[in-house]
Write a protein that binds this ligand. Structure first.
Ligand SMILES: NC(=O)c1ccc[n+]([C@@H]2O[C@H](COP(=O)([O-])OP(=O)(O)OC[C@H]3O[C@@H](n4cnc5c(N)ncnc54)[C@H](OP(=O)(O)O)[C@@H]3O)[C@@H](O)[C@H]2O)c1
Length: 210
C-alpha cells in the first residue's frame, strides 16, 4: 500500500487502539500521533504490525487522519497541526462536558461542525463516535458486523472513510450531511446513559435492523 493509505490517528487511547486494530487487520499501515511518544511506542508494540509513532505537530502520513482525543483538546491539537489542511478528518469525538453529565455542545450544533470551522481546509467526516472502543477493537458484536454511522459534506472524503471502514469490516450507514453529526453525538450520549440503566458495561452496540 502507498504511504497515502496510511491511517493516521491522533491519540493512543481506547478509540485509537480500536481504529488501529481494525486498520492493521485490513492491511493499512498506521501512524499514531501522540503527545507522549514513549507511551505511543508502548501502544504500537502492543498493536504489532506496521505502526509508526510521531509527535503532535509532526507530518501526517495519511490522507485520512482520525481524531481520537477528547473534544476539549481538539482546538489546540488542530492548531499544532496547522489546521489539518487537505486532510480527510475522521471526527470520532463525543463532546462530553467537564463532569460527564451531558454534552458540551448546544442542541443544533455539533463537535464535528465546530471542528470543520476551525479546520476549514480539511474535510471532516463524523464516524466511529457511536461505537464503543471495546467493540471497535473486537470488530464485531455477537458474530455480526458493527454498524458504523457516518456523516459528512465532502463526498470524496466521505467515500474514502466509507472505503476504509468497509475494508475494516464495518457495515457503514451513511446518515447524510455533516449537519447530522449533532444527532450522532446525541445518539452516542443516549447509548452511554443506557449502559447504566441496562447494565451493559459499555459492551452494547447500536444496530439498524432493516
Ligand atoms: N471510549 C469509547 O468507547 C469511545 C467511543 C466513541 C468515541 N469516543 C470518543 O473518542 C475520543 C477518545 O476517547 P478514548 O476513550 O480513546 O479516550 P482515552 O482512552 O482517554 O484516550 C485519549 C487520548 O487523547 C490523548 N490526549 C488527551 N488530551 C490531549 C491533548 N491535549 N493533546 C494531545 N493528545 C491528547 C491522550 O493522551 P494522554 O494519554 O497523553 O493523556 C490519549 O492518547 C473522545 O472524544 C471520546 O468521546 C470514545
Amino acid at each position: 500500500m502507498s504511504a497515502s493509505n496510511t491511517i493516521s490517528i491522533i491519540g493512543a487511547g481506547n478509540v485509537a487502539r480500536g481504529i488501529a486494530t481494525r486498520a492493521l487487520a485490513a492491511g493499512y499501515p498506521v501512524q499514531l500521533l501522540v503527545r507522549n511518544e514513549e507511551q505511543g511506542r508502548t501502544v504500537a508494540g502492543e498493536l504489532g504490525g506496521s505502526v509508526t509513532v510521531s509527535a503532535i505537530g509532526d507530518d501526517i502520513a495519511g490522507t485520512i487522519v482520525a481524531l481520537a482525543i477528547p473534544y476539549s483538546a481538539v482546538p489546540e491539537v488542530v492548531s499544532e497541526f496547522g489546521g489539518l489542511n487537505g486532510k480527510t478528518v475522521i471526527d470520532a469525538t463525543n463532546p462530553l462536558n467537564a463532569d460527564f453529565t451531558g454534552l458540551a455542545i448546544k442542541p443544533g450544533q455539533s463537535a464535528a461542525e465546530e471542528i470543520q470551522k476551525i479546520a476549514p481546509k480539511a474535510s471532516v467526516v463524523k464516524a466511529f463516535n457511536t461505537v464503543f472502543a471495546g467493540n471497535i477493537v473486537a470488530g464485531e458484536k455477537n458474530g455480526q458486523p458493527l454498524d458504523l454511522l457516518v456523516a459528512g459534506d465532502d463526498a470524496s472524503a466521505k467515500d474514502a472513510v466509507v472505503a476504509f471502514a468497509e475494508k475494516s469490516g464495518f457495515r457503514v450507514i451513511d446518515t447524510g450531511a455533516l449537519a447530522q453529526a449533532g444527532t450522532l453525538e446525541a445518539l452516542a450520549w443516549l447509548h452511554m446513559q443506557l449502559q447504566f440503566t441496562r447494565g451493559t458495561n459499555f459492551a452494547s452496540a447500536i444496530q439498524i435492523v432493516d
